[in-house]
Design a protein around this ligand. Structure first.
Ligand code: GLC
Length: 457
């Protein structure tokens, strides 16, 4: 893909007129006239054309590279992750936990400060997960943080105000599926929670969701993205189901023209979406079995956990170490993707101590090396055995993480004029080997990420 095209990848929607125009120009440029008949130039009224405001959000988002995901709800009280309700309790009994939810340690200013200090540029928080509990003040029911708990504080209000104050963008996770409401048409999960399936009423449930989304997009200031999850509950093959997404997406874009739409459906992006999400895998990889989809031209985001679970799980202290987390962030950046790294706050409202310590380590690393991560693009070649690369204009950053030798082989097609170490600026010797460039290091580095800054031509 030519660089000019790659650079604007996230600013356009796959099928827009703009896209076809750019594609046409690229084809002409690269002289591939024989492909011309394959292009379609017809206009389709249904095609999503992102607003200038959304294009700006996409641009900011793609520059951010690092965000923190927060899975927090009454499920945290059981200490067994956010899917606890799916594995046995009856909804009627589970919902009573709200009466005891009093997160005395919750302090939005401290959360945001710790996250900002880690070098993250945005937060995505669960406003309502599959257990249906709303972590915001809603007029739709009392099963929410303000009306249904002794805490009575609207944590989303406090968090949104703090994000604005401290200059962190806010994204809202919203579950499409619900394990406690009778009107949500039964999908693949939540069969044993005691809901009355005969009362399924899609129109009623759809209206409920859209009214809640309206509250979220009206009462909490600028929201940079709505992050949907749960579409997969209605398996397209087994239970065909129309989620009426185009209307819902249109409503979101109408309520806040700069708000992006993301959907963790594990498919290629649908019309109207602004971000492509990957769960527990980097784009193009599929180790967790959730990501067979093609990588699109939208801004990309990989979400993953610090330990093994999204919601707080008392038995899971198996946190990835700082080196692993930093390398994951670097690998994502090398693919032109953001990392949305999850923390499951404790029922008290405290962020787990190990999570805080990882945030600190990541912040320290990003303060020194952020220039090679933020506002960069994917490198010009895929990840190599030694590591990956990012670039900014004619600067190419080689991220050497797992080298086997001190001779770093750069794939052909990359022209490097000179190179130096990013940390100290010490010149690094380069040579040509056929069409490849070789970067010669003094020794085999053992750093989390040994960065070499190259000037390309
Ligand atoms: C899955 C899970 C959910 C979690 C999400 C985060 O879809 O159902 O619990 O919130 O992944 O990516």
């Amino acid at each position: 893909m030519p660089p000019s095209w790659e650079r604007h990848r996230y600013l356009i929607s796959d099928k827009s007129l703009h896209y076809r125009l750019m594609k046409f120009i690229d084809i002409i440029k690269s002289g591939l006239f024989s492909l011309l008949p394959l292009c379609t130039f017809g206009s389709n009224a249904a095609d999503y054309v992102p607003t200038p405001e959304v294009l700006e959000s996409r641009r900011q988002f793609a520059d951010d590279r690092f965000g923190i995901f927060l899975h927090w709800g009454i499920y945290s009280m059981f200490g067994q992750g956010e899917w606890y309700l799916n594995y046995g309790p009856k909804a009627e009994e589970y919902m009573k936990a709200a009466n005891g939810f009093y997160p005395a340690d919750f302090n939005a200013a401290e959360w945001v400060a710790a996250i900002k200090d880690a070098g993250a540029k945005y937060i995505c928080i669960t406003t309502r997960h599959h257990d249906g509990f709303s972590m915001f003040d809603t007029a739709e029911n009392d099963y929410n943080i303000v009306d249904g708990t002794p805490f009575k504080r609207d944590i989303l209000k406090e968090l949104s105000e703090e994000c604005r104050k401290q200059g962190i963008a806010l994204h809202l996770y919203y579950s499409h599926l619900d394990w406690v409401r009778d009107d949500y048409p039964q999908g693949r999960t939540g069969h044993d929670t005691g809901r009355d399936a005969s009362k399924a009423d899609w129109d009623s449930y759809y209206g409920f969701m859209n009214r809640q989304l309206t509250e979220l997009l009206t009462n909490y200031g600028p929201i940079r993205a709505i992050w949907f999850d749960g579409w997969w509950d209605h398996d397209e093959d087994k239970t065909p189901f129309d989620w009426h997404l185009p209307e819902q997406y249109e409503m979101i874009h109408r309520l806040q023209p700069a708000c992006m739409v993301a959907n963790n459906h594990h498919q290629s992006p649908f019309e109207g979406e602004d971000i492509q999400i990957f769960e527990r895998d980097l784009p193009g990889e599929n180790t967790a079995g959730l990501s067979g989809q093609e990588v699109s031209r939208l801004p990309l985001e990989t979400c993953n956990t610090m330990n093994g679970m999204w919601g707080y799980k008392i038995m899971d202290q198996n946190y990835k170490d700082a080196r692993t987390l930093i390398r994951y962030l670097v690998k994502a950046a090398g693919m032109g993707a953001n990392l949305l790294l999850n923390i499951g706050p404790q029922p008290s409202g405290a962020l787990p101590a190990t999570a805080l310590s990882r945030l600190k380590d990541m912040g320290e690393w990003l303060r020194a090396n952020g220039e090679t991560i933020y506002a960069t693009e994917a490198g010009p070649f895929p990840a190599q055995s030694w590591g990956t690369s990012t670039r900014k204009g004619n600067k190419l950053f080689l991220h050497v993480m797992t080298p086997e030798t001190n001779a770093i082989l750069i794939p052909e097609g990359v022209n490097i004029r000179k190179a130096k170490t990013f940390e100290s600026g010490k010149p690094v010797k380069i040579s040509r080997a056929g069409k490849n460039t070789v970067v010669h290091l003094d020794s085999i580095p053992d750093a989390t990420d040994f960065i070499i800054e190259c000037e390309t031509y």
